[in-house]
Design a protein around this ligand. Structure first.
Ligand code: NG6
Ligand code: CA
Length: 509
């Protein structure tokens, strides 16, 4: 009797075990690739309405995936947006999350939660190829020794990066913390304070430059291009600007080929169309729009080649791709390169007002799509989605917990299964913030120039409150703050409940 009971119990529990085992859903572990462009605007792709430029390869991601019409970077500049993307934390919470010089220390705390760390916990292999711009080291970097902490200390098992921007020194690639191709007999020195004796600069030696600087970009000259920041030595390690896109593509392709047996996360951060715009000769003149158009076509080509590799390796259908940009578009950003002169009918921000650096929508609203061949059905979504949400959403996808941040799990929206994304979002340009909820956006009063002195982009700054309905007025031409004080106050209260009251740069009397 007793034995029989035990056997029954055992059978039952075994059956129970089997049932729970088979019914518990094993989360999918697709490869995850984030393709991130630098300064690409909402209107810069043919899939987002551009008529003067054709971007067929990126368009595949938009037209055969979920194309978001309300997709946002957290900020209108690079460093803060990249900080938000990787940490899930609003960049205005970190005072150091501002455009960084090439010599700046790492601004992500090595103990902090990050997208690659979370995916590593889920068993992913992780890597970054491309632009970093989140600082390196802990101050006073010795570029001739191992540089740490950096991407490898915040979750990336492998990294192949350019430290800051293409227009900033040091103009070398860094592979897992070491300058790639450095000759120890020709050490590198970098300074953002003063020039190294005897070294030519854009300011004093214009005869040595092939690109004319517009503002500030007149320090060390590398490959004929005057940069921001000074640098000496490291001749053999210096990158070739015209080959940069091909170079990063190769690294991304090699990574995929060598890591396809297990799930991987690849952050592929292209440098285009940030300045200096240096298309490879085979793309020069292709757009008829000067170098800015040419490098957008170049980036499109690279992305096409990258997707081809995924296909050839037989992993395209097992790879989820997110495509976006770190901030809105800018034409004049440091060099005379015909971007303004040859723009013609092209509108880099589409119907949106402003651009890079701007509190107006073109500053932060960017192309944003999620593509997963065979799993995601093509769709245009107007859900409000933001790059900070990748952390919580992908944690949900792969079945691990992410530490709490500002990131929200909006996976159903990202996969095109639900119309609703986040309810609201605090957006940022420089040190100033605005608030969007539903179709409404509110920009509080700030003191400052209405136009960027260097880039001729409207800043969105005003001493008066601004309130716009983006659905009816996507170009932000009708300020409804005065005519709709009720709505204004509603948004202001919600904004302050997240942002706090200490956001204004206007001194209280
Ligand atoms: C700005 C530079 C601009 C660009 C930008 C970084 C000046 C006046 N302007 O400070 O040329 O390099 O930094 O762009 O120096 S970002 O996309 O990386 O944020
Ligand atoms: Ca940028």
């Amino acid at each position: 009797m007793k034995i029989k009971k035990i056997i029954t119990l055992l059978t039952l529990s075994l059956a129970g075990f089997t049932t729970t085992h088979t019914s518990a859903k094993t989360p999918p572990k697709p490869n995850i690739v984030v393709i991130y462009l630098d300064d690409l605007g909402y209107g810069d792709l043919s899939s987002y309405g551009a008529t003067e430029l054709s971007t067929p390869n990126i368009d595949v991601l938009a037209n055969e995936g979920v194309k978001f019409t309300n997709g946002y970077a957290t900020s209108a500049t690079c460093t803060p947006s990249r900080f938000g993307l990787l940490t899930g934390v609003y960049p205005w919470r970190n005072k150091k999350a501002r455009i960084l010089p090439g010599s700046a220390p790492l601004i992500i705390d090595t103990k902090q939660e990050t997208l690659p760390k979370m995916l590593k916990r889920a068993g992913y292999q992780t890597a970054i190829v491309g632009k970093w711009h989140l600082g390196l080291g802990a101050g006073n970097v010795n570029w001739n020794a191992h540089i740490s902490p950096g991407p490898n200390e915040v979750g990336f098992e492998e990294s192949y990066i350019l430290a800051a921007t293409q227009d900033r020194t040091p103009t070398v690639y860094i592979k897992n913390g070491n300058v790639d191709g450095l000759d120890p007999n020709d050490p590198i020195s970098v300074s953002y304070k003063k020039n190294f004796e005897g070294e030519p600069t854009g300011k004093d030696n214009p005869e040595l430059t092939t690109m004319k600087w517009h503002h500030g970009h007149n320090n060390s000259i590398v490959n004929g291009i005057p940069r921001i920041g000074y640098m000496k030595g490291g001749e053999a390690a210096k990158w070739s600007d015209v080959d940069m896109a091909d170079h990063f593509l190769k690294k991304a392709q090699t990574y995929v080929k060598n890591h396809k047996e297990k799930p991987f996360f690849l952050y592929y951060a292209l440098q285009q169309p940030h300045v200096p715009r240096t298309p490879h000769p085979r793309f020069v003149g292709k757009s008829g729009m000067g170098p800015r158009g040419d490098v957008i076509l170049e980036a499109d080509y690279m992305i096409g080649e990258f997707i081809k590799t995924l296909k050839e390796e037989g992993i395209l259908e097992n790879t989820l791709i997110v495509f976006s940009s770190d901030n809105g578009p800018v034409l004049q950003d440091g060099y005379y390169d015909d971007a303004m002169e040859k723009i013609g009918k092209h509108t880099p921000g589409g119907v949106l007002r402003g651009g890079k650096y701007s509190l107006f929508d073109a500053g932060t609203r960017v192309p944003f799509m999620v593509y997963w061949k065979g799993t995601i059905k093509p769709k245009v979504s107007d859900a409000l989605v933001c790059q900070i949400d990748l952390l919580a959403s992908f944690a949900n996808l792969v079945g691990v917990d992410a530490e709490p941040t500002d990131s929200q799990n909006i996976l159903p929206a990202l996969l095109g299964k639900k119309k609703k994304g986040r309810k609201d979002i605090v957006l940022e340009a420089g040190s100033k913030t605005s608030y969007r909820t539903g179709d409404w956006v509110m920009i509080p009063p700030y003191k400052g120039a209405k136009m960027s002195w260097h880039s001729f982009v409207e800043s969105g700054i005003d001493m008066e409150f601004q309130l716009y309905n983006l659905k009816e007025d996507p170009s932000q031409l009708n300020n409804l703050a005065k005519s709709n004080p009720k709505q204004l106050n509603k948004l202001l209260a919600k904004f302050e409940s997240i942002r706090g009251k200490d956001y204004s740069n206007i001194k209280k009397k």
